[in-house]
Write a protein that binds this ligand. Structure first.
Ligand code: PLP
Length: 494
């Protein structure tokens, strides 16, 4: 499997000259500014699907990922996924009876053809170390990085900025990994006590927390400035693990298969059952994996994209207009991990929507990169949208509170604010002909404040995370200064 760029820098060359999986693993954007995608989507036949149905999560991950990876020996790839997807690592689920499963499915309403009830379920993706779905891919990334770096005799210094979820997920995945150091910038005194404790209580020698006296955007600007210093970047082998990383998207494809099998487990064999997935979306990474699973032949009837008040993507799927917002237009909501101004993975889907014509993508993103919008309404491209299965909706703070309350009252289940956005939109758009599976992107323990606002009580914490706020913390506090961050990196890389 070779990879191409959505902006077509390889056009005119034979595809066999494109980079391999390992060659794009440690990088971010393609050299032409586009995003990497496989040159074609591997196809899974219905008989293969039935075989895959029986597999454990790790074996399924191997079956799916080996279609995208051909430069890691199969036995090595199998060892990496087996080490990643264990019951110990993904052991923070609420239910004892599903403790051995990596991504348990929880029915809120079981399918019942007699009552024209398609079924409604939650797919638990947040039972990993940091209680958010990002652990599903990030943990694998940690193992892949270590493996590929050892093979190349190389090392990497990951520099990132976080407002919460990504930073902790990256640190838990990379802690103790050979050849990897993490320098994670976070806004000083602006994260929850729990989020601070998750990151700052790590004492591994290769993990460095830097709290900047500023906002998340200030931290992000420092990361950009350091990365734009090409000499510094090369000398200190600066890398990233942001959501455009192809391996993260590929790893996420796996749970759509697993969720599909779980949701159709009781259905009669042989017929082509469809399943709808509702996905709380920000940077379009999670749902992009659903799109890819569908392109591989998984019978996904609908992909329901849910946004919060930052509804850039909902607007596109309703109107064909993609209008990235300015920082000033981006609001801080109670589902903060979806507070985005533009969706960094969206270009991958648009590449497919326009028939994989990189020249069209280049034209559209010339607008986006200049801070403008584009409009596909009235073009033949938008007419093709239904064949990709996407529909969308959005949610507000009041909707979130109401959904958290109703879900607790009706099913006795406490859900987090992001999952509430997905459940709200998924419930509105569900149909009797197929199950609606809502992806749980975080556990409520991560967002205590809004849970207390909705329910008047604290969410439960997984046992290992009780009282982590009391652990000793290690963090370097700094002013907003590119030079100070560079000096810190210089002192800690040798
Ligand atoms: C990152 C995140 C999202 C958004 O996922 P994307 O892949 O950016 O669309 C949603 N919910 C939670 C809890 C997250 O951490």
């Amino acid at each position: 499997m070779r990879y191409i760029s959505t902006r077509g820098h390889l056009s005119g060359m034979p595809t066999s000259s494109g980079p391999t999986f390992s060659e794009i693993l440690l990088g971010g954007l393609a050299p032409d500014g586009g995003l990497y995608l496989p040159e074609s989507y591997p196809q899974v036949s219905s008989s293969e699907l039935e075989q895959w149905r029986q597999l454990s999560y790790a074996d399924l991950a191997w079956a799916v990922l080996s279609r995208f990876v051909d430069d890691i020996p199969p036995a090595d790839l199998r060892a990496l996924v087996t080490r990643t997807y264990t019951a110990e690592v993904y052991g923070n689920g609420r239910r004892k009876e599903t403790a051995g499963e990596i991504t348990p499915l929880l029915w809120l309403e079981r399918p019942d053809p007699a009552r024209a009830e398609g079924g409604l379920a939650i797919l638990e993706l947040s039972n990993g170390p940091t209680l958010a779905f990002k652990d599903m891919a990030m943990q694998l990334l940690g193992h892949l990085f270590e493996y590929v770096l050892a093979r190349q005799g190389a090392e990497i210094n990951i520099l990132g900025a976080t407002s919460g979820d990504t930073g902790s997920s990256a640190e838990y995945a990379m802690r103790g990994k050979q050849g990897v150091r993490v320098f994670m910038l976070s806004p000083h005194d602006r994260m929850s006590a729990f989020q601070r404790a998750q990151m700052y209580s790590l004492h591994d020698a290769n993990i460095h927390n830097i709290a900047v006296r500023g906002t998340f955007d200030d931290a992000q600007d420092i990361v950009k400035a350091v990365s734009n210093d090409h000499a510094f970047k090369a000398k200190y082998k600066i890398g990233a693990v942001n959501s455009i990383n192809w391996a993260r998207v590929a790893a996420q494809v796996v749970y759509y298969f697993k969720g599909y099998f779980a949701a159709t487990a009781a259905a009669p064999r042989g017929s082509n059952h469809q399943v709808a997935f509702a996905v709380p979306s920000g940077n379009f990474g999670n749902i992009c994996a659903g799109h890819i699973a569908r392109m591989m032949g998984l019978p996904i009837g609908r992909l329901v994209l849910a946004t919060n008040e930052n509804d850039v993507l909902d607007e596109f799927f309703r109107t064909g207009v993609y209008r990235p917002r300015s920082t000033a237009e981006t609001c801080a909501t109670s589902s903060p991990s979806m507070d985005i101004s533009k969706a960094s993975n969206f270009e991958r889907f648009v590449f497919d929507l326009v028939g994989r014509d990189a020249s069209v993508v280049r034209k559209l993103w010339a607008e986006v990169d200049a801070g403008r919008s584009f409009d596909l309404s009235g073009t033949p491209f938008l007419a093709r949208l239904p064949q990709f299965g996407f529909i969308s909706g959005s949610s507000t703070h009041a909707d979130r509170l109401a959904t958290i309350r109703q879900t607790f009252a009706k099913y006795g289940l406490m859900i987090d604010t992001h999952t509430a956005d997905g459940l709200k939109v998924g419930s509105e758009l569900r149909t009797p002909d197929m199950p609606m599976v809502v992806l749980e992107t975080a556990l409520p323990a991560k967002f205590e404040q809004t849970i207390v606002e909705a329910l008047g009580r604290q969410p439960q914490r997984p046992a290992g995370l009780q009282g982590i706020e009391n652990l000793p913390q290690r963090v370097q506090v700094m002013d907003v200064s590119v030079d100070a961050v560079k000096r810190f990196i210089e002192q800690h890389v040798r």
